[in-house]
Structures are given as C-alpha cells and as structure tokens.
Design a protein around this ligand. Structure first.
Ligand code: FRU
Length: 490
C-alpha cells in the first residue's frame, strides 16, 4: 500500500474492522513473532515511554503507529506487568485528540505523585506548511486507570535559541522540587538537553541547558534521562548524527550515557567522563529507565532503529522492546544485567562442557530458537573461538572472541534474511583477555548478549528460518574450552 500523508496520519479509532482483520491475518502468518519480548499486535512500535511502578504493577507504554510498519501518527500503547516477565496489553492510553498533538503523541515519561500517574508527553503538531510545533503535555491517570489530559500544554514551545526539535520529557524529584529534562536542538544545529524545574508538576520554568563538555556532539539529542546511581550522576540520551569512530557508532543512530558527579541542580553543571555507547549490537535505541520498588535502576530500550527497513515490514508489524535490564556502575563503566525476575522463565535445563581443537562441534544437546544461556569460553591457545547460534542450512549467527584483534565479535552476515546492509553485518568491541563470560537471551527474531556481567551488550534482530536452531562451539588455530548451561523458554 502507498503510505500517503493521509494514510499515515489517522488515529486508531478510525481503523475499520476489516482493516484490523487484514492486519491481524498478515501478522499471524509472520514466522518472526517474538515469544517473550514486548511487541505490537500490529503496526510499528518504537520508543518505550512512561516506564514506572504504580499501584503494585509496572506500567510500560510505547510509541505505536497502528496501521502498518511505518512511522506516522504516534499513540502511546499501554502494557502492564506485576513481575517484568509477563506483560499484559492494556490498549491505547493516549491518542491524538487536541490541536497541539494533532500529528502524534510523541515520547515522554511517567511519574507517580499523590496516588496518580502523571504522564508527560510530547505534543507533535504540523501546520499547513508542514512545519513542526512541539509542546510538552500532561495527562493524569488516576487509581482506577482513567486518564485525563490537560487541555493546554504545560510547556508551549521551545525557548528562544532552540529549534522545534524539542521533545521527550523525563521527570524526577529532588526533595520538594521536580525536574524535567527535554531533548533539544540549538539553532546552530547541535544537540543538547534542557533542564526545567517545577513545584507542582504543572508550572515549569526553564533553568537552562545541562552544561556538558559536549558542545558539538550530534545534531539532536533525543530521549534524555537523568538519574543518580551509586553516588554518580548519569545522563542518558540518544544523540543523532554521530559519525563512526573505530568500532563505535556503527548504526544509524546511537544511545549512551555520561557517567559523572551528581548534576548540580541549581546551575545545571554536569562534570562527567566520556560518552559510553550503551550497546555494541545492531538494533538498540531510545532507552528509558525507572526505579523498581526495591530500588533497582531498570532500563528498557527499543530493539530497532528509525529509517531502516526490517524484514517484518511487509508483514504489517515492526520492532519490539528489549528485555528489562538492571543498571550498575563498575569502575566508572555503566553495566547492564538482565533483571533477575527473568529466571522464572527457565524451563528445561541442559548443560555442556567441552574442549575443541581446530574444529566445529555441536554443543552437546543444546539447541533452540527461544532460550537463555549462560557460560564461559576460554580461548586457550586458539586464535578465534566462540559460538555459532541459530545454525541451519547456510545460516548462522556467530559470537566469538578474536585474540589476534582482541575483540568480541557478533557476526550476523549469514544470520538469515539480510537487512540494513549499508551499516555492515559485523559488530565488535575491544577486549584484551582470553576468557569471557556470556549470558544470551534468544527469541524467535532477536539476540541479546551480555558479556562479562554486562560490561558490554550486543542487542540485535535476526531473521533466520524457524528450522535454524543448531548451537555449535568452534576453535580455530588451537584449542578452546566452553562450559555452558541453557534453559529453553517454551
Ligand atoms: C525517538 C523519537 C523521539 C520521538 C519519537 C517519535 O525514536 O524520534 O524523539 O518523541 O521517537 O515517535
């Protein structure tokens, strides 16, 4: 179908029963539906929004365009979970109704206050000349789940000196005041984060930019988030426009953090180290964090990227969210670990331990397309050693250690249907030791690899055939050793 402007800017309400049926049929024929990741019923999912613990449950919303796998009129779709493992679809929470949000309810965050869930979002509007107007808006969900929107924006437009690329509010509290970060673009077309303050969550005043040392680092910073972690201050965002540098910034857009001293909330000064890319894989963007009731800092990201065609696009759906991860800082490095709640999914357990020399071997009984796997690889005197996953006729996804180049490598060159080829099919990251611990989460069409307790993470979509379920271990030019345990999830 042709995606005219008219077709892209419709609300979910206007979907006919026939259209829905057609989409449902199309999606149900897809071989790549995920088993345990949050994914749209149909249409396109992008950023996680409003991730929060409220009324004894996690609430997680996401950007959703209902009619197909393209970007258009965005809604907030609502999911809920008691345990971060099973998610329940609750339906559309926010849809465009008011003039200042006529072209989409864009990203934002949730904040619990006085027994209600405050949803801060971006009102996206286009005028007759198709110029963008962006405001910060508020909707409040009461304890019964009823959502009421404020009929005027809480921040009407960007301040002077900034362009209309002004979006994605994230709110937190320090003592008796509330703070909001908003992603912005300066008039000189560089990205930054603006900081606002409020006493009541309704009236907001601009404090200024968060003063970082990055004055020219991409043209727009999307989806900012600020939070304290283990006595550090963390500024997270998704800067657009970074150029590849060695093995870094190889995707179209990137997400990362600056770890620093706690933000000086009076004057916006932030003393921080270098930008750390959050993910070394192919498909990760626009993550958002929240606090669990027991004080863990949790992160969920979009397992996808804009402006890339994905194999499911022709099936009327696109993308999913990552599994929830717990953040920590180790020696100044932000680490991500899968949340421990996911252990609930572990079913059939299988173990394997072996040495291989200059060969490829099946890894004992291990196989599958939907599982969790933990293990350790010792490269010994081999030059390269690692795992081949989703192995089938001509297909394999390879995760290995290359001791010659001193890199951990994820290679999806022959993973299945290829896509995003302009951005290459190999991702790698420097690593100087010859032993790694890995923790893998495989779902029908994705892989998330946590290396050495989350010091590096590779998040990627894969589109192999269903039958490609083999798991092998290999060593080249020497002998290597592996110890692994796997749990099938279904
Ligand atoms: C990031 C983003 C946000 C915006 C939303 C629109 O992927 O571009 O900046 O609010 O997606 O869907």
């Amino acid at each position: 179908m042709e995606w005219t402007q008219e077709a892209r800017y419709r609300t979910y309400e206007s979907m006919t029963a026939e259209e829905r049926l057609k989409l449902e049929r199309c999606v149900s024929a897809s071989p790549w539906r995920q088993k345990y990741h949050i994914q749209p019923m149909y249409g396109l999912l992008n950023d996680p929004n409003g991730f929060v613990w409220f009324k004894g449950r996690y609430h997680l919303f996401y950007q959703w365009f209902p009619f197909g796998a393209v970007h258009g009129m965005k809604h907030w779709f609502h999911t809920e979970s008691a345990n971060l493992v099973e998610w329940e679809n609750k339906g559309v929470a926010l849809q465009p109704e008011l003039s200042f949000e006529s072209h989409g309810i864009y990203s934002g965050s949730g904040f619990v206050h006085k027994n209600s869930l405050y949803l801060f979002y971006t009102g996206n509007k286009r005028d007759e000349e198709w110029n963008r107007h962006s405001s910060k808006c508020l909707a409040i969900m009461n304890r019964n789940g009823k959502i009421t929107k404020r009929d005027v924006p809480i921040i009407k437009r960007q301040p002077n000196g900034y362009t209309e690329h002004f979006r994605d509010p994230k709110v937190w509290q320090v003592e008796d005041k509330f703070y909001m970060v908003v992603g912005a673009q300066r008039e000189n077309v560089t990205g930054c984060v603006l900081l606002y303050q409020s006493y009541d969550l309704i009236a907001w005043s601009l404090l200024g930019e968060i003063a970082t040392k990055e004055t020219d680092f991409g043209y727009m910073w999307e989806c900012p988030d600020y939070f304290p972690l283990q006595n550090y201050g963390i500024l997270l965002c998704s800067p657009q426009g970074l150029k590849p540098e060695g093995d870094s910034y190889r995707n179209i857009y990137h997400s990362g953090v600056w770890v620093g001293k706690p933000l000086n909330i009076e004057n916006g000064h932030f003393d921080h180290g270098d930008f750390q890319e959050l993910d070394a894989g192919f498909d990760f963007y626009a993550p958002q964090t929240t606090l669990s009731p027991d004080g863990r800092r949790l992160l969920v990201g979009w397992m996808g990227l804009p402006e890339i065609e994905y194999p499911t696009d022709s099936e009327g759906w696109a993308h999913c969210l990552t599994i929830p991860r717990e953040l920590s800082i180790k020696e100044g490095l932000l680490c991500q670990q899968p949340v421990r709640e996911l252990k609930e999914k572990r079913k059939k357990e299988a173990r394997a331990a072996m040495n291989v020399s200059n060969e490829v071997s099946d890894l004992g009984e291990l196989s599958g397309d939907c599982f969790e796997m933990i293990g350790e690889i010792e490269v010994g005197n081999a030059k390269r050693a690692g795992l081949r996953l989703r192995v089938g006729k001509g297909e394999e996804t390879i995760l290995y250690l290359n001791t010659e180049t001193q890199k951990v490598v994820l290679d999806r060159t022959n993973a299945g249907l290829s896509f995003a080829q302009d951005y290459g099919s190999i991702r790698q990251k420097h690593y100087s030791k010859n032993k790694i611990r890995f923790h893998i989460f495989m779902d029908t069409s994705s892989i998330e690899v946590f290396v050495n307790d989350g010091e590096m993470v590779f998040t990627s979509r894969l589109f192999p055939r269903k039958e490609s379920q083999g798991i092998q271990f290999f060593a080249e030019k020497g002998t290597a050793k592996i110890d692994a345990v796997q749990w099938k999830y279904d």
